[in-house]
Design a protein around this ligand. Sequence first.
Ligand code: ADP
Ligand code: MG
Length: 480
Amino acid sequence: MAINLEINSSGKKGVVLHTASAWNDEARLVEQWARVRARLQAEVGEVEYRTWLKQVSFAGVAGDEAVVMLPTRFLRDWVNKEYGELIAAFWQQENSTVRRVEFRTGAPAARPAAPDLAEPAPAAAFAAPAPQPRPENIAALDQRFTFETFVVGKPNEFAYACARRVAEAPATAGFNPLFLYGGVGLGKTHLMHAIAWELSNKRPNGRPVSVAYMSAERFMYRFINALRSQSTLEFKNELRSVDVLMIDDLQFLIGKDNTQEEFFHTFNALVDAGKQIVISADKSPSDLSGLEDRLRTRLGCGMVADLHATTFELRYSILEAKALRAGVEVPPKVLEFLARKITSNNRELEGALNRLVAHANLFNRQVTLDTAHEVLHDVLKAHDRKISIQEIQKRVCEHFSIRIAEMSSARRARNIARPRQVAMYLAKQLTSKSLPDIGRHFGDRDHTTVMHAVSRINELIGQDAAFAEDVELLKRLLEN
Ligand code: ADP
Ligand code: MG
């Protein structure tokens, strides 16, 4: 498998790195590269990885040098400067013959047999009408981040509606700028990309809408670069020529006064020219302390939409949608389990599901509560805590829809007594409390009552699979 590199920056052309007989080596190297990438991703985090490293492709190893490619010079220099050492270190650990990493510009090498490394084609974030491609402006829009894949629920319906509106009719009065804010992993970037994708299909005046999407960091980096290379005028003109400018994670501009100033002017120029601006940040304009007042005022004068923390229902729907998309059957009990346990944000939720799905595919096993528990051990452990009897009672009551007071009541109707027994059983299983201790928490019942409950529940678990599953789910929810 010969790999020809078209190298357009280093002067060397058409370097053949491998010969046809070296296919095994090639496969091994590709595997090593996959591990290097995985480690990079784990090391720098999802956001940085996606912003900078996702577009790095592997070209091959020549001598003691691993060659990686980036689509633009800007990216090549940045990645080299910021991550060069890290990439080299990881390479070396994977393959001791590699001593250096060369960064080159160019398209990824054709690599037919490495599906796990297949990357979505980088989309031009500047879908600019200009005939010349402008490589500096290429930033990957994530192909998965569309309106179709965005699950709408109470916490995000308003932001979603606003995003839809902007995508339908950019620069409508009242929606400019659109300012999306909310905590990490709640869908801000997803919505921005969705707007960009939607607009990239549009030709309102017979010409494509030009959309520039970039993170505030990238904006800053490009601005500083322009200052250095004395090309600020070009930079300004370029930005001011777009129809829609989107800046993600604006909070990164705080404290960067020059960049803020530049952004302010760009912002004004675009709004005055009737262009749409979309901004995201982790806080509302009024809460972004450190931002210049005049910028804050302008940011808040369009539509400000909040992405709220997720709810159980939204998490469940997101999981359901993603499982469906992945074509893996995940039982509702497992979805419920994940949606209850992983409450921090949608990114973590998605990560957990992806791991489950990958595991199921890899081992050709069905997803069950057991596998979920096994595969997500470390994620779940992060939410570790001690369980109290009160918590057990609360969860059990929720599950069986009875009042918490029934845990201590004298009522012996089956629909009350059974949940009470389940709670006792779980208290025995999940806490280190003694039988008398447990009894005291259930309306001062005798320890023999607790013992009886434990053996009764054990019996039922053996007889009734659905009941066993219920108890198991409750246990998993309480555990970790
Ligand atoms: P943010 O930019 O707010 O930190 P992202 O937009 O990057 O968050 O979202 C994190 C992950 O969660 C992404 O993979 C995204 O697709 C997913 N996600 C977030 N919200 C939703 C949603 N409502 N529906 C589907 N996926 C979502
Ligand atoms: Mg984001």
